[in-house]
Write a new protein. Sequence first.
Lengths: 434, 289
Amino acid sequence: MFDFLTSKLQEIFRKLTSRGKLNPEEVEQYLKEIRVALLAADVHVSVVKAFSERVKEKAVGQEVLDSLTPGQQVIKIVRDELIGILGEKPEPLSITAFPACIMLIGLQGSGKTTTCVKLARTFKNQGKHVLLLGLDAKRPAAMEQLAYLAQKEGIPAYLGEGKDALELARTSFQYFKNHGFDLGIIDTAGRLHIDQDLMGELETTKKIFNPRETILVLDSTLGHASLSVGQEFQRLVGFDSLILTKLDGDAKGGAALSIHFITGKPIRFIGTGEKMEDLEVFHPDRFLSRILGMGDMLTLIEKAEKALAVSDKEKLERQLKGRISLTDFLEQLEGLTRMGSIKDLIPKIPGVTPQEADKKMLARWKAIILSMTPEERDAPEIINSSRKKRIALGSGTSVHEVNMLLKRFDQFKNLLKQAKKGTLPFLKNYSIGG
Amino acid sequence: MSWSAKLRNFLQKLSPSQFKLGPQDYEMFRTLMLEADFGPYLTEELLELFRQKNLEIKNIDEATMFLTQKLRDSLIPQSSLNIADTPPSVYLFVGVNGTGKTTSIAKVAHYLKKKGKSVLIACADTFRAAAREQLKIWADRLNLPFIGYPIGGDPAAVVFDALEGARSRNIEFLLVDTAGRQHTDTNLMEELKKIKRVISKKKEGSPEETLLVLDANAGLNAINQARSYHEDLGLTGIIVTKFDSPAKAGFVFAIQKELSIPVKFLGVGEGLEDLLEFSPDIFLKKFLS
């Protein structure tokens, strides 16, 4: 990660002379890589194409900024374009008049039930009197699941009765109306978007409740089904916004971008885990970092330029020659902490797993490096197992953690080597098949 | 124009020779394959095949045959379930959240029962709310024995007890449901490895099947899921669920090519009968339609 950063600074030094305008070939070359990146992130091919055309129009002939190479310039345009589509700022769910209902709809297994309770918890914490309404009488124990989660959060749940889904909806709505709740959150049964009967049932259910907001819940692993899922749910039922679930895995969630692109409906929240607090407001910039898979390079570059002592040219040049030591590594870690909240920054750095993305981990890394002798920091290859034991003891960590750090350090060094060879090395990190 | 009509259009132009094809035709084909979640890399590989100058294709039937054959070559043929020499055969069902593990277990149990086999269903998902209740309902409907512990219980203990139970009752098949987990969650993947270790320790050679359940609606992340799960657990098979969706599950090609894991079943609905034994023909019929 830091190697990439370093090589970026290297390019800035080198290419100060390379100015001019982006030519069509350059743009096409970089766009090709961006297209593969977007496809690998499961962005729908038709969206990729439309988007790519827009970028091409904007990019050709544009001045290359002094601090950027043509490749970075294209990425910047891509980023700005995507931000343009998704919006600069989050568009959180705002319900101001009560009573109101929110209805969650989606395919089977997208995470509706869990998300319902997460949402209910959010509104409960705002002092609202929330009722959860279970309408999924189809999946075995779906009602029990909702009841259990609701009870754990201390939120009332109404699991109605009825001989069919519509009667269930009617009795549930009556219950909600008669009991003076502020907000009803409706969990519906998952269904395939091509199932005409079940989609019709959902449309009728929606009419019964007349929800203030109908939200399509999307699994971040969703592939090219996204387009027809978005279109059919919109056409047959209608929805106001999206929630993207399961972003704690490594799926990129390109489906949400695709559906947003064709419907214009905002993405309100993301689900980032199975715990009830794992619901976050959607931030377009962070999402883009994920989709493009390169971390938010531009932001990082901008911040790095300010935070790192770039004037320290000699040291930088030594690093660029590949003689990067653990001391340099530590300095960069500290530079990162200076740049802002680690939690914000880590997702911007490719190659760092979420497990490592906490401040504690970095603090432990720092402790490990500080427990080394200057020789060890300069030439980590001399660290044998007895040295590792000593370092682990000195830093209050384990040999395993020392190994982990050294492994990471090696990976950074390798990345640096690759970065020197390729144009957009981070794009090669895509782990997709084929 | 529908997906299959566009494909037909492409194949039509391919005959009698591919010289009729212009760049826009190749682009159309590329789009079709990407829409089928075939992935950018395999798509380019397939396109290369059609660009060969010496293709001897006389008509659309031969063109269709050519494509079908190429696709079939990259699929692993039908593969039957592994069975233990001494019962029970233990089948472990794993996968990320919401792919349909529990429903798949019910279907496989029904499938085995129909063949006259004795089955015990165990729920080692002691995490998700009502996971046990969900599976219990299925077991009751199937009139099959069931074992499961309340939330917070040790999933490895469920497996241990289930194996004891299966042995003492001379049961032929033990189907084990596990909690859905992201393949990137190191701790939860460790837990799964432990469950597998407990099984192998208690019964050598088991589990006979470690089955990854994948959602047909998924995109290329399914490949990452398969790769990680395979690395951690050594998968013996895959079940593709929700195959009644219009999604074509093109990621299966990449998984089979890279990891050589056979697909054993296709889930095609919410009912117990909605399970098909995998065959390349069934898969391709849907893929090309």
